[in-house]
Design a protein around this ligand. Structure first.
Ligand SMILES: Nc1ncnc2c1ncn2[C@@H]1O[C@H](COP(=O)(O)OP(=O)(O)O)[C@@H](O)[C@H]1O
Ligand SMILES: [Mg+2]
Length: 256
């Protein structure tokens, strides 16, 4: 592999006296798509947030183009935040802002000289791209989970990111909306963006990932390349359980 765009080296993360992610080393190649899969509650979202530089590891380090993210200065950090966009599992829109303001804020922060008319045009463009057709001057609480996901996705696209971190990004959507987002992600893949996503959807994973990483007990168990998983008859079991074969104990001692 060429130098990875993101590299996690022996990363651990503890919260409330529990090690949620343990000694995780992963490399993400620029222009490639990685699916993070496995059972619920095993650490997928935490691994994704660590890779995205949103959580500071309690052990080890995460590197963006060879630079330790925890040691980046404010300017480098801002540049990285503009280049790397996140769609959170719970969308994480700002509850006290209307949708327009939620979309305006990243543009104001990252492109302070942008004219209001250009901001409006870009906001309208991304809203249209994700297929959101209702009012954008209402607050997130008035939307369904699926609609919130669409706006979260629109927010991630706003600054034309080079890296996307997508957490369960189609899970609460109807088929039409999911297809639309799949189409957008395929376009980003064709533009050689780096994409790291969490999903339980067999077809999406099979069709869109270059690599699958399974997370069980807060650490990677399997890392499979496309030729190792496309024809793999255990693929649905790998996605759901993160492992294949006999039940085994994970690092926390729960039997899988
Ligand atoms: N900040 C936190 N404090 C305490 N526990 C957490 C925190 N974040 C996640 N967890 C716990 O760590 C485990 C893994 O969480 P998560 O990464 O969200 O799993 P997944 O995305 O695979 O469902 C869960 O048991 C979750 O409750
Ligand atoms: Mg999760």
């Amino acid at each position: 592999m060429a130098e990875p765009i993101i590299e996690m080296k022996d990363v651990s993360f503890s919260a409330q006296n529990r090690e949620i992610v343990q000694h995780t080393s992963l490399q993400f190649e620029e222009g490639k798509t990685t699916a993070i899969v496995g059972p619920s509650g095993e650490g997928k979202s935490t691994v994704l947030k660590l890779a995205a530089g949103l959580l500071v590891p309690s052990g080890g380090a995460v590197f963006f183009q060879g630079k330790n993210m925890a040691a980046m200065g404010r300017a480098q950090n801002m540049a990285f935040r503009r280049e790397g966009a996140v769609v959170f599992q719970d969308s994480a829109l700002w509850a006290n802002q209307d949708l327009f303001q939620c979309l305006e804020l990243p543009l104001k922060i990252h492109f302070p000289k942008m004219k209001p008319a250009d901001r409006n045009a870009r906001i309208n463009e991304v809203v249209k791209e994700v297929g959101y057709i209702k009012d954008i001057h209402i607050r997130p609480a008035m939307l369904s989970m699926g609609e919130q996901k669409l706006i979260a996705f629109a927010r991630a696209m706003l600054c034309r990111p080079r890296l996307l971190f997508l957490d369960e990004w189609t899970e609460s959507l109807d088929d039409t909306a999911a297809k639309r987002l799949i189409g957008l992600v395929k376009k980003l893949q064709a533009e050689k963006k780096t994409i790291i996503f969490v999903s339980h959807n067999l077809q999406i994973i099979k069709n869109m990932a270059d690599t699958i990483v399974t997370i069980v007990g807060g650490r990677p168990h399997l890392v499979l390349t496309k030729d190792q998983f496309v024809e793999n008859e255990n693929l649905s079991e790998i996605i759901e359980r993160g492992v294949v074969g006999e039940p085994q104990e994970n690092a926390r001692g729960d039997t899988l």
